[in-house]
Design a protein around this ligand. Structure first.
Ligand code: HEM
Ligand SMILES: *[C@@H]1O[C@H](CO)[C@@H](O)[C@H](O)[C@H]1NC(C)=O
Ligand SMILES: *[C@@H]1O[C@H](CO)[C@@H](O)[C@H](O)[C@H]1NC(C)=O
Ligand SMILES: *[C@@H]1O[C@H](CO)[C@@H](O)[C@H](O)[C@H]1NC(C)=O
Length: 327
């Protein structure tokens, strides 16, 4: 009798284990997810990325950033692609600066002809970010896939979840930690600012009214020739917002020269330069500047980790037919 009752917890825990194994509702992402369901999926995405990025390398930068802005807001669920008046696209971090949507649309259009209803928009973004990294930096890696698309996109969420360009090393660390990414991954992924551009409005506070002393004076002088001082009367303010390359050494090459720029006090955003000025991250910057090949490997691994944030899989979400609207 006594031994029988002692067995009950064992039997119960075996039962719970059995249930949790058989009801595996949300399987993990998997490399080659479309191998049987849509064999040309990844090749089709790569074809369009190569085509568009050959004509405009800036679109490659846009696609890497698109994956970041997708994953940090409601997970990598393509919520960033949804059109509408109150969607993520209309938020301050995204509006007027996110780009690359036409590349996703072109790939999706062909995928819907070749394998209708199979390949998610969230996976297309992840593949396109990888293909852009390959094209612009020869950084290639396997992308685990099987993401499904969400159907919620809210205008207030990007500002609540994405780091801002004025963040310091502590707030950057905490922001990435909330998404399960380490301090080293934060510094590594910031290397994406080795490509692409920023609007003056994202760093003008480092120029006016007082010049940020951590900014190289000759670089600051150059930036002031491009970015006009703010106008006191906001209604009379010019609507133009010029752009500057994020990496002044190799602006269209995804490489570790971004960190070399930081060492020369030529980080464009406050969030770039603080990586060198903070004792928490300074050594990582120096290391990445010195060992570009190690950084490239860490970048690939960190992109895969970022691509895993709060993903929908299995029966969750849906496969959108058009990446801009829910089914
Ligand atoms: C560490 C915190 C980060 C902050 C505060 C930040 C902020 C910004 C800002 C303000 C811009 C310029 C937007 C504009 O004015 O047009 C920008 C551009 C960009 N960001 Fe970040 N970012 C961060 C991390 C990342 C990460 C993790 C990635 C990707 C892995 C990334 C990829 C890019 C790319 C590629 C661009 C250039 C986009 C283009 O040229 O279209 N950023 N970022
Ligand atoms: C970083 O910014 C936060 C929020 O603005 C502030 O509370 C904190 O003191 C700052 N840390 C450093 C080291 O400047
Ligand atoms: C601001 O500028 C606008 C347009 O130039 C002008 O109509 C308005 O009177 C100005 N407001 C102030 C407070 O100077
Ligand atoms: C949202 O996605 C769910 C699947 O998670 C689907 O059943 C539902 O119909 C979708 N809602 C809308 C409004 O499209």
């Amino acid at each position: 009798m006594a031994s029988n009752t002692r067995n009950i917890p064992v039997i119960l825990s075996c039962f719970i284990l059995f249930v949790s194994l058989t009801s595996a509702a949300n399987p993990p992402l998997k490399v080659g997810f479309y191998k049987y369901s849509c064999p040309p999926a990844e090749a089709i995405v790569r074809k369009y990325v190569n085509k568009f990025v050959s004509l405009n390398r800036g679109l490659g930068a846009g696609l890497v950033r698109l994956h970041f802005h997708d994953c940090f807001v409601r997970g990598c669920d393509a919520s960033v692609l949804l059109d509408g008046p109150n969607t993520e696209k209309q938020s301050i971090p995204n509006k007027g600066s996110l780009r690359g949507f036409e590349v996703i649309d072109a790939a999706k259009a062909e995928l819907e002809l070749r394998c209708p209803g199979i390949v998610s928009c969230a996976d297309i973004i992840a593949f396109a970010a990888r293909d852009s990294s390959c094209k612009l930096g020869n950084i290639n890696y396997d992308v685990p896939s099987g993401r499904r698309d969400g159907n919620v996109s809210l205008i207030n969420e990007p500002l609540l979840n994405l780091p801002a360009p004025f963040f310091n090393a502590t707030t950057l660390r905490d922001n990435f930690a909330r998404k399960g990414l380490s301090l080293d991954e934060m510094v590594t992924l910031s290397g994406a600012h080795s490509i692409g551009i920023s609007h003056c409005s994202s760093f003008a506070s480092r120029l006016y009214p007082t010049q940020d002393p951590t900014l190289d004076p000759s670089y600051a002088a150059f930036l002031k020739t491009i970015c006009p001082p703010p106008v006191a009367n906001a209604t009379a303010a010019p609507t133009v917002d010029p752009t500057v390359n994020l990496d002044s050494i190799t602006p269209t090459r995804l490489d570790s020269k971004y960190y070399v720029g930081l060492k020369a006090n030529r980080g464009l955003l406050t969030s770039d330069q603080v990586l060198l000025s903070s004792p928490m991250t300074a050594k990582k910057v120096v290391y990445n500047a010195k060992y570009g090949n190690v950084w490239a490997k860490k970048f690939a691994a960190a992109m895969v980790r970022m691509g895993n944030i709060e993903v929908l899989t299995g029966k969750q979400g849906e496969i959108r037919r058009n990446c801009r609207v829910v089914n």
